[in-house]
Design a protein around this ligand. Structure first.
Ligand SMILES: *[C@@H]1O[C@H](CO)[C@@H](O)[C@H](O)[C@H]1NC(C)=O
Length: 313
């Protein structure tokens, strides 16, 4: 009887051991789930070792590239072009070059957090017109202008915190973009690192006067007759300098773009057009003929001298 009990107890111990071991052996025997991407079977420690290939997988019908913590300094050739999500966190990327992501036209989210980015060229996000989410927190970015986001009209979620923001006049366009009420998920929590008097101020709460003293404004945006320097040559009328918002209504914001004429390449579906603070001195006939949907037009602070009766008909 006693022997029988001991045998039974031994049997249960063995069974428990087997059960403990089974999940791991079960997984290696029957890889499934995210198998399409080859995610399964990879050892969680090895996965982060540099030099390993990145992983491509499909989850809920959306294609991901997971290339986190691979000591990457640039995008690699051969990544599939139909990616929707690109995870590049914790790499060694220092500069975002013009058109760096332009092959990935379907991209909806781009995670670049915890890299060493200190420079973003103006056309770095060229071609990303589906991008809604961009994560740039924990980098080394000091200055950025709104111009960088010209190519990402659907961007609705942008993380910028934990970067050493230098809150000078150069940042004025970005700061005003973040403060537009509908951009409520752009740049939250980002704070100035310098100058000392603005340290720890949130970008979303800084006033333009705090960034730009009058004399600084002139340095950034020189008025030739005052400074005596040769005028900066800018295109006279190019709407690609303007910011195009899609939500809540199609808006083209061309405020302070030094425009001398109404741009002739305004997208035809624009409903609201802000041309304030430019140098448009006259309106020619048929000026807004192609902008069929235009409902609201702001021409304040241009010093308009002549309006042909034609354009507003
Ligand atoms: C036109 O633009 C100026 C300067 O940006 C602004 O102060 C004004 O309120 C705008 N007017 C309208 C009607 O939106």
């Amino acid at each position: 009887m006693r022997v029988a009990i001991i045998v039974i107890l031994l049997f249960f111990c063995k069974a428990a051991e087997l059960r403990k071991a089974s999940p791991r052996s079960g997984r290696s025997r029957a890889p499934h789930g995210r198998a399409a991407g080859g995610r399964s079977g990879s050892n969680p420690v090895k996965r982060y070792a540099p030099g390993l290939p990145c992983e491509v997988y499909t989850y809920l019908h959306e294609k991901y590239l997971d290339c986190q913590e691979r000591k990457l300094v640039y995008v690699l050739p051969g990544w599939p072009q139909d990616l929707l999500h690109m995870l590049l966190a914790r790499n060694k990327i220092r500069i975002l070059k013009n058109s760096m992501f332009s092959k990935f036209k379907k991209l909806k989210s781009l995670d670049l957090q915890q890299n060493e980015i200190s420079k973003i060229e103006n056309e770095a996000f060229f071609g990303l017109n589906k991008l809604t989410t961009l994560l740039l927190q924990h980098n080394q970015i000091k200055v950025l202008t709104e111009e960088v986001f010209l190519y990402t009209p659907l961007l609705s979620y942008l993380r910028l915190y934990d970067n050493p923001w230098s809150c000078t006049c150069q940042m004025e366009t970005l700061v005003s973009m973040l403060q537009i009420p509908r951009n409520r998920n752009l740049g939250n929590y980002a704070k100035c690192e310098s100058p000392p008097e603005l340290k720890n101020k949130k970008l979303r709460q800084i006033k333009s006067e705090q960034l730009c003293s009058e004399e600084e404004k002139e340095r950034v945006d020189p008025k030739p007759q005052v400074s005596g320097r040769p005028p900066v040559i800018k295109p006279e009328a190019d709407s690609t300098l303007c910011y195009n918002y899609v939500f809540p209504i199609q808006t083209l914001d061309c405020k302070r773009k030094e425009l001398k004429k109404v741009p002739n390449n305004i997208p035809p579906d624009i409903v609201k057009l802000d041309l304030s603070y430019n140098k448009i001195k006259l309106l020619r006939p048929k000026e807004f003929e192609d902008v069929h949907e235009l409902k609201k037009l702001n021409l304040s602070s241009n010093g308009l001298e002549f309006i042909d009766p034609g354009p507003l008909r």
